[in-house]
Design a protein around this ligand. Structure first.
Ligand SMILES: Cc1ncc(COP(=O)(O)O)c(C=O)c1O
Length: 498
């Protein structure tokens, strides 16, 4: 008898999970959109036809292999493109198990085990963050899982606005010109959330950050005073713990002091750097998080959980139901057993993925020490990058000092050494800015690595960051050497006359 299609697909996926590309394997077998259409046309075409018949199993298996072959191999140690990377394999299979048991986390009735598991994980995360736990924290855990950090931020700001105007959920805005504050190095989730909340993107006041990318607390003070004297109503401050580009940490205690004095909701965006809390060596970056009202934390970044796995911790979870509940009596029936455990009316979502299972499994499998090791490894690799930059004889120049997971730098041609950002001519600045995209293009074409770039102080710069525990110092060295070699070639290309 032929093996069932689902077994064959699962077997290909499991092979990939246990033995992903590494070493000299390509990080990506890049194909353009038209090439991808052509590749799939050889097995199962990408478009779904108007009268799509069932496809042949063997063709589908070939298509699955094409999916694998032409996807980015984020588990490869030379994928350091973003603040996520290849997942912990336990998390992948945990996700599969959650999918196999396909249910919603909204009610105890439909998800008895997962309701308790989510509560256990949230209680532990809150304890790690230093949030106090109430006597009812099992049935009313200190937060909930959200579909990503941006959505968690949206929910947190809705809570903040609700505390400011408790009848807003029924009658809408009372007309206050609300505003909130985040550093100019903070994540764009703040402005997107403001748009969705109907207070407008202009309600987000970007506070100046220092050279490393952390919010300047005195600038926040000044921005709040200016907003009030301009007739606006501040209601929240977002502190960023681990900015996306430079992994900078705002001084949370300084921000908490200001929020307490000004009566503002204090939300911490620890989507990226919140996981520093797991490491005794690095949790000092998060000092003061225990004073926040809410704290969003992506376990799908540093902790290697599959996307998404986001916890939104809330200091007073009794605020959730008044903000989100509608009391639909066909699902949250008051007369069913154990309804007090239902989480569904404490959030916006109806169906809710089971994102706690994979984290619970990984935490139990790796232990607290395993979680701390992930953070310590990432910082060790970044420290090694910083050493390589320092030893490069001026070829590589850091744009921030940094002491966490991100090392951000530019390559400088011999003619511009020693590098002085301020002394650059406009033409040289423009050439330096054009360089990283060319280096990236070559990496993608040759499949040798994937490293992110982004503008800092107006010049595109490379960013090394290490979410994958299989990266070694040899990988770091190889990627540094690659950037130097590709940049030298690209500079010649850009300046053929020499
Ligand atoms: C600092 C920071 N906050 C928020 C987010 C948004 O999280 P998500 O991608 O889960 O929406 C990110 C994502 O990279 C981030 O780096």
């Amino acid at each position: 008898m032929n093996e069932r299609l689902e077994n064959r697909i699962a077997s290909a996926a499991l092979d990939y999970v246990v033995d992903p590309p590494a070493g000299q394997d390509a990080v990506i077998n890049f194909a353009s959109p038209s090439e991808l259409y052509g590749i799939f046309a050889e097995s199962v075409p990408l478009p779904i036809e108007a009268d799509q018949p069932p496809c042949d199993d063997d063709d589908l298996l070939r298509a699955v292999r094409a999916v694998i072959e032409h996807s980015v191999h984020t588990s490869h140690p030379r994928f350091i493109n973003q603040n996520f990377a290849g997942p912990d394999p336990i998390s992948v299979v945990g996700d599969w198990l959650g999918a196999a048991l396909n249910t919603t986390g909204a009610t105890f009735e439909a998800a008895p085990v997962f309701t308790l598991m989510e509560s256990a994980v949230l209680n532990k995360l809150a304890a790690v963050a230093g949030y106090p736990l109430g006597p009812d924290s099992i049935e009313l855990p200190p937060g909930l899982f959200a579909p990503g950090g941006s959505t968690g931020t949206l929910f947190a700001l809705q809570l903040a606005r609700h505390r400011h105007q408790p009848d807003i959920v029924r009658v809408g805005s009372n007309g206050d010109r609300l505003c909130l504050f985040v550093s100019d190095a903070g994540h764009y989730a703040a402005v997107k959330s403001a748009a969705l909340l109907g207070i407008g993107m202009d309600a987000v006041i970007k506070v100046a950050s220092d050279d490393e990318g952390a919010m300047a607390a005195d600038a926040l003070d000044a921005a709040i005073s200016e907003a009030r004297s301009g007739g606006r109503t501040p209601f929240a401050v977002i502190g960023t713990s681990g900015t996306t580009v430079t992994s900078a940490f705002d001084d949370l205690n300084a921000l908490a002091d200001i929020c307490e004095r000004e009566g503002l909701w204090f939300h911490v965006d620890g989507c990226y750097g919140g996981s520093a809390l797991f490491s005794p060596a690095h949790r000092h970056h998060m000092a003061g998080v225990e004073r926040s009202d809410s704290f969003v934390w992506n376990l799908h970044k540093m902790m290697g959980m599959t996307q998404q796995c986001t916890a939104l911790l809330v200091k007073d979870p009794h605020q959730l139901a008044p903000c989100f509940a509608t009391g639909a009596n066909y699902i949250f029936q008051p007369d069913k057993q154990h309804g007090e455990f239902d989480s569904g009316d404490r959030t916006f979502q109806c169906a809710r993925r089971i994102d706690s299972l994979k984290l619970w499994l990984a935490w139990k499998a790796r232990g607290d020490q395993g979680f701390a090791d992930r953070i310590d490894h990432a910082v060790r690799m970044a420290d090694h990058t910083r050493e390589r930059i320092a030893q490069s004889g001026g070829a590589l120049v850091p744009l921030v000092e940094g002491d966490f997971t991100n090392a951000v730098f530019v390559w400088v041609p011999p003619s511009l050494r020693p590098f002085s950002g301020a002394g650059l001519s406009d033409a040289d600045r423009a050439q330096l800015h054009r360089l990283p995209p060319l280096v990236k293009l070559r990496m993608q074409a040759e499949g040798t690595a994937m490293v992110g770039f982004q503008p800092i102080h107006g010049i595109n710069s490379f960013r090394f960051l290490f979410m994958n525990t299989s990266v070694t110092t040899d990988d770091v060295d190889a990627m540094v050497d690659l950037i130097i070699a590709y940049a030298e070639d690209a500079w010649v290309e850009l300046n053929p006359a020499g």
